[in-house]
Design a protein around this ligand. Structure first.
Ligand SMILES: [Zn+2]
Length: 404
């Protein structure tokens, strides 16, 4: 072991633990699980001294510290990534694909006991992880880590006596902070608890998606996959035709194209009753129904594309609702401001759809129809007609002579 840095690193990850031969190069105190698996292969399970806390004869440190610290491990924590993988991966299902661990590490973090001499209790603190550094172990975490059932172990062979001395010095500093009027004993026990980090990887054909996980190896739970389309959290995934991995429960099939899509991106066509991709549909501006674009029909009067179900006697529901409007109606005022020549006409009738205003201006002999975009009030369609006749003829422009 090379001499450690002058200051104890925040994160001391001793992958593989003390009971492994140093088969793999230790880079940054961490080796990957494949190296770990190789190191574990054929390993004698007797590496743990199968002695309970009460009758164990743990090894003592050779560190040049005054403390006679002993080393322990939780009795039932996973020893290998393969043990963890089995527990995590059985929760998942990938339709037509596979699920496996990607880049998983099992690190050993030191959890150090600081006896409170007269307080009648022991206090464990976690060291060696930047986010857990110095954290006091509360009751839930005590059981989560398995600290109630320990077996004696050797100091990890990747931790030098000097490194151990620094750990204990840091624990002593923490003890000075936590006294609160009660004497705190010297650290006398280090429990090496395995901490898992990695990613769950879903592979379906050429598609890959990963979710990170992390936690104490004894209890780390498989994280749910959050469907990017629906936001649903799930343990079953499937691929869409456009190359996304989504919740399997969300998968549907467009009855027009046969493509697999999330259900949240499909709608039922009000005309054909088919479930289809939302992109293939449009909202009928008078009925509000979602309809396949090719099933919309132009209203014979206003030419707006509408659902056939919104047509009756050759008129859409909008055109059938035309009614007389006064010049002081709030809806007609901005229209008159934009088209002041409308005020020349004796009578005005107005209707509106979700997207358009329909205006019919009539005099004693002539009448005109304007279909205006509801937002911009720009003219979408204009037509000329004669009073007493039901037919209309499209006007190329309202600028043509005699239109107004
Ligand atoms: Zn119409």
């Amino acid at each position: 072991m090379v001499a450690g840095p002058a200051v104890l690193p925040d994160r001391v990850e001793v992958t593989g633990g003390s009971r492994l031969p140093r088969a793999a190069p230790v880079a940054g105190w961490s080796v990957r699980h494949d190296a770990l698996a190789a190191a574990n292969k054929g390993r004698d399970p007797s590496h743990k001294k199968r002695a309970r806390l009460m009758d164990a004869q743990p090894s003592q440190t050779t560190a040049d510290t005054a403390s006679a610290v002993t080393h322990w491990v939780p009795e039932d924590q996973p020893l290998r990534v393969s043990d963890l993988a089995q527990r995590l991966l059985r929760e998942y299902r990938a339709e037509g694909g596979t699920v496996h661990l990607a880049g998983c590490t099992l690190d050993e973090l030191p959890v150090i006991r600081l006896p409170v001499v007269f307080g009648g209790r022991d206090v464990y603190r976690i060291f060696g992880s930047s986010d857990e550094l110095g954290r006091e172990v509360d009751d839930p975490l005590f059981y989560q880590l398995g600290l109630s059932r320990l077996v004696a172990a050797d100091r990890p062979n990747t931790v030098s006596p000097r490194e151990e001395g620094r750990l204990l010095a840091r624990a002593a500093a923490a003890a000075a902070d936590m006294g609160q009027g009660q004497p705190v004993g010297q650290a006398d026990k280090i429990v090496w608890c395995k901490y898992a980090r990695g990613k769950i990887q879903f592979t379906i054909g050429e598609l890959v998606s990963q979710i990170p996980f992390g936690g104490w190896a004894r209890t780390v739970a498989p994280p749910a996959y959050r469907c990017p389309a629906s936001g649903q959290e799930t343990f079953a995934v499937a691929a869409t035709s456009d190359g996304r991995i989504v919740a399997a429960e969300q998968i549907g099939q467009c009855q027009q194209t046969g493509r697999r899509l999330p259900r949240c991106e499909m709608v039922r066509c009000a005309v054909t009753d088919q479930w289809v991709s939302r992109e293939l549909t449009e909202r009928c501006p008078v009925s509000g129904q979602m309809v396949l674009k090719q099933r919309l029909v132009p209203c014979p009067l206003c030419r707006e594309p509408v659902s056939p179900q919104a047509l009756d006697h050759g008129r859409c529901r909008g055109c059938r609702s035309l009614s007389a409007v006064c010049y002081d109606d709030q809806r007609i005022q901005p229209i008159l401001a934009k088209y002041p020549l409308l005020s020349r006409w004796q009578w005005l009738r107005l209707a509106e759809t979700e997207t358009a205003f329909l205006v019919v201006a009539a005099g004693f002999f002539q009448r005109r129809l304007l279909v205006l975009d509801k937002q911009s009030l720009n003219i979408r369609y204009a037509a000329r007609g004669n009073r007493g006749l039901s037919s209309w003829s499209a006007a190329a422009s309202t600028d043509e002579p005699g239109f107004w």
